[in-house]
Every structure is written in C-alpha cells, then in structure tokens.
Design a protein around this ligand. Structure first.
Ligand code: ADP
Length: 326
C-alpha cells in the first residue's frame, strides 16, 4: 500500500448542518496521522478551477458549531463530463493528492465513483444531507438538526392553530423520502402525515380530517413531505377549504430554514466520527466506499451500492403515528 501523504477534502451538492464538523474531523485526522490536508472550495468546481488550499489544525478552529459549509458547496455541471473529470484529476495529481474525502449526497458520490474508476483517484464518501435517504447509514449528517428545526417550527404553528379553528398544512423537505415528515409529524403531534412512500388519496385525507373533527379536534396540523404526490400543499389547501368551510386552512412551507442552523449535538458527533473514519479508510487502502453508522457501528458501503439503493422508512412508525393521533 502506497503511503498516504496528501488528502483533499470537499463538500458538494446540497448543504447540510454538520458539514463543517465533518470537514474539521477530516482535516484534523489528517494532521493526527501525519497527512497533509488540502481543502477544495466549492466542491468539484474547486477541483476543476484549482481552488485548493493546504490546511492546518487551526484552519478549522471554531467551525464545529457553525451551520452550512465554510468550504462552500456548488453544483458543477462540468464534472458530469469525462473531460471535466479529467481536468479535475489533472489538478488533483499536480497538487499531489493521494485521495479525496467527498462530503455530500448521492450525486456527489456518483462523481466520486467516476473519478476513481476513470483515473484511479481513491475516494471515500461521507453522507451529508438533511433528507436521511442514503443507503448504508442509519443517519446522514444534518438530518437530526433538520428534525429539530422542523419540530420547533411546528410547535409554534400549533400555538396559532389551536388559538383559532385552523388547519395547517406544513410542507417539509424530502423529495423522495418521508423521513423528515414522518418523524417530525410524530414528534410534533401532527394529525396527519403525508409522505411519498405511502401515498394517501385526497379522499382518504378528507376522511381523516372529518374523523378528527368528530373526535373533538378543532384544529389540525398536516405535515406534508415535498415529495407527496397529492398535487402540492396549495392545491391540497384549496380542496380542503372546499370540503370543510368551517376550517380556516393555512399553508406554511418551511423551505430552506430546514437546511440552516447550528448543528445538533448528534450531528456534530456523527460528523466527527465519519470525518475521522473517512481518513482512516483511505489510510487503510479502502476507497470507492462511503462511511456510515449502522447500529451504532461505523461501517463502509461501496459507493455503487450507496447510490443505487435506498433506505426504507420504518412502516411501524406509520402505525405509531395513527395510534397516537386518535
Ligand atoms: P448531492 O450530492 O447532494 O446529491 P447533486 O446531485 O447536485 O447533489 O450532485 C452534486 C455534484 O456532484 C454535481 O453538481 C456534479 O458535479 C456531481 N455529480 C452529480 N451527479 C453526477 C454524475 N452522474 N456524474 C458525475 N458527477 C456527478
């Protein structure tokens, strides 16, 4: 196994709270093991534009508690092309990088897998996304913080909902996965939860709302995942208003507030564990893998598998949601 001398670290794709903590952990474990860490700005764009900077342990001071990513993230269309990746590799080679830690989502991992296959640059992925939809880890970095942000927002919405006879539709992030909607819906006591994995018809939702009213509830909160296919929160709101004229129907789209904020303790610890694990994997000659945590243990999953498979939601939680809202 060739000695690892220099490792590049980048954040790519959608940002997530805790990415800074992952960068810090990767940089500091490089220092710990006598490897020179090199920060790459704006994801793959920085590799193509040669926007690199050698880091030291102090370069990542005071960032563990900051949301976002100080290296910035970017979407880079050029990296999707073989020519773009060749340019990126040429810069990586000229800088003497022996490996790359890629903190991002499945798009970023696809890019990592391709540059490794085409040019032999060892890459290790670290899952950073609020959606928690990456196969090979029980939790992604940013998910726990996003859950807490959403629950805090819904608690506030509940105050105004109960002060009037209001029905709130709260749209949360999750284009393909309902993890955020399902878990925050339970935690914030939502009357209904709409997720892409369990498509409810509008009629079923109407029945549920009618039952809620019969059970004595005068206000309701419906958490709707972005990926729900009922036509979107605004269309749903107008259908509900037509059927339930007594309800004052309001819509709140939480949007990008869910991406920001100080990372939670869980996210900081997860990011620290995975940042260290990524550098250790490269040291041990493991690459083309993503590091994750399963059943409390750090594990590796081939990038190919992490990209092609998906974590399923826990169906038992749907039952719990139904029971606790009678
Ligand atoms: P995420 O990593 O959060 O899923 P994206 O899907 O936007 O975010 O991917 C981030 C970046 O990864 C893209 O801008 C692009 O540079 C690179 N990437 C994504 N998909 C591919 C692909 N199929 N081939 C090569 N690079 C890709």
């Amino acid at each position: 196994m060739a000695e690892l001398k220099k490792v590049g670290v980048l954040t790519s794709g959608g940002d997530a709270p805790g990415m800074n903590a992952a960068i810090r952990a990767a940089v500091r474990s490089c220092i710990f093991y006598g490897i020179e860490p090199v920060a790459i700005r704006e994801g793959y764009k920085g590799l193509i534009d040669n926007d690199l900077e050698v880091m030291n342990a102090r370069s990542v001071a005071n960032i563990i508690n900051q949301g976002g990513t100080f290296l910035k993230s970017a979407r880079c269309a050029e990296f999707r092309t073989p020519e773009g990746r060749a340019k990126a590799f040429a810069n990586a080679k000229a800088a003497g990088l022996d490996g790359l830690v890629v903190i991002g989502g499945d798009g970023s991992f696809t890019g990592a897998m391709l540059i490794e296959k085409e040019h032999g640059l060892p890459c290790v992925g670290v899952p950073g996304t609020i959606d928690n939809d990456i196969f090979g880890t029980d939790f992604t970095i940013g998910y726990d913080t996003a859950l807490n942000t959403v629950v805090e927002a819904i608690d506030k919405i509940r105050d105004t909902a109960t002060s009037h006879n209001r029905l709130f539709l709260v749209e949360v992030m999750g284009r393909d996965a309902g993890f955020i909607a399902l878990n925050t819906g339970i935690a914030a006591g939502a009357e209904q939860i709409l997720i892409p994995e369990e498509q409810k018809s509008v009629n079923e939702l109407m029945d549920d709302i009618a039952n809620s009213g019969r059970a004595g509830k005068t206000s309701s909160i419906v958490v709707v995942s972005e990926g729900d296919k009922s036509g979107g929160v605004f269309e749903l709101a107008s259908k509900i208003e037509d059927s339930f004229p007594d309800y004052d129907v309001k819509v709140t789209v939480l949007g990008h507030t869910q991406r920001g904020g100080k990372p939670s303790c869980s996210d900081r610890v997860l990011a620290s564990r995975l940042g260290v694990a990524a550098v250790e994997a490269l040291r041990e000659g493991d690459s083309g893998v993503m590091v994750g945590v399963r059943n409390q243990q750090v594990v590796q999953t081939p990038l190919e598998e992490a990209i092609s498979k998906h974590n399923a939601i826990d169906k038992a939680l749907l039952k719990v949601a139904e029971i606790v809202t009678v």
